[in-house]
Write a protein that binds this ligand. Sequence first.
Ligand code: UDP
Ligand code: MG
Length: 322
Amino acid sequence: MKLSLIIPCYNEQDNIFPFFEATANAFKELPKTIKSLEMIFINDGSQDLTSQKLKELYSSYPSVVSIVEFSRNFGKEAAMLAGLRHATGDFVTIIDADLQQRPEIVVEMVKHLLDNEDCDMVAAYQEKRNEGKFISFMKKCFYKCINMTSETEFFQGASDFRTFRKRVADAILSLPEYYRFSKGIFSWIGFNTYYMPYTAEERHSGESKWSFFKFFKYALDGIIAFTTLPLKVATVSGFVIFLASIAYMIFVILKRIILGVDVPGYATIVVLILFLGGLQLLLLGVVGEYIARTYIQGKNRPVYIEKEVLKAKKISYDEQDN
Ligand code: UDP
Ligand code: MG
């Protein structure tokens, strides 16, 4: 059996070799059923020396290392997709390059899949996270919202750090969407998933590429990709306000008929104009977000562009000295 590792890399120059060494070391414990291994590094448009480091690694271990170079930074989602397209293993693992996710856990995942025929995917999740209270609160809100409204169940804390069978990889590849939100895709495709608790380590080197703004954008992408609730909110609130306006119109007309001309009312008019104007713009924005995504998807652009691909050369894993 073959195991494919997918490793998205963005500015990870000082992590490439430590990652490879830690993995080679941990994989000595891999069950013997795993006869061959491929490590697909996706260089997601790094501006540092990641590309050079990867090429050095490739020239030392050409039988296990494959490199996919992007033409620019397309994001981790795109990198994972490219990795899945290139992976040929019976088992596929997605793992970060920064050693926050220990390769020893991959061994555990593989063992679990081998021991449990009916399990298709092992997903690592963090029970505790070292993150700010605010971010943690926002994440909780996000999961509450999306689980209430989406047909698919999102498991809080589950990461992209997963090992799954080929059929799961094929299922993910069958989704052609441009805006890829892998947490949603993993839930949407179904399959028997075992959630394995793990503790993320500190980053080996470099810093995280996430910022509050990126998180916000990512959460928004997720909500828009996996629920149409914002559109429903737009419709329902539009309808409620429409009914309220009719009631108020009747009230104003009756007042005019019964009590005669009434000049004051400036405040009411200004408040109503502001309220309705604001609401309309907001709802237009919501609709616009969906239209924009439909537009981009309609253009059928590729999710990423490959600049160069270096494929692992075919030598049996047993001949490799690690
Ligand atoms: N990554 C990537 N493209 C990006 C951002 C990140 O391929 O645009 C990779 C990065 O090199 C790492 C993984 O995705 O291997 C996770 O990124 P990071 O460590 O910044 O995220 P965190 O661990 O903080 O969630
Ligand atoms: Mg990280």
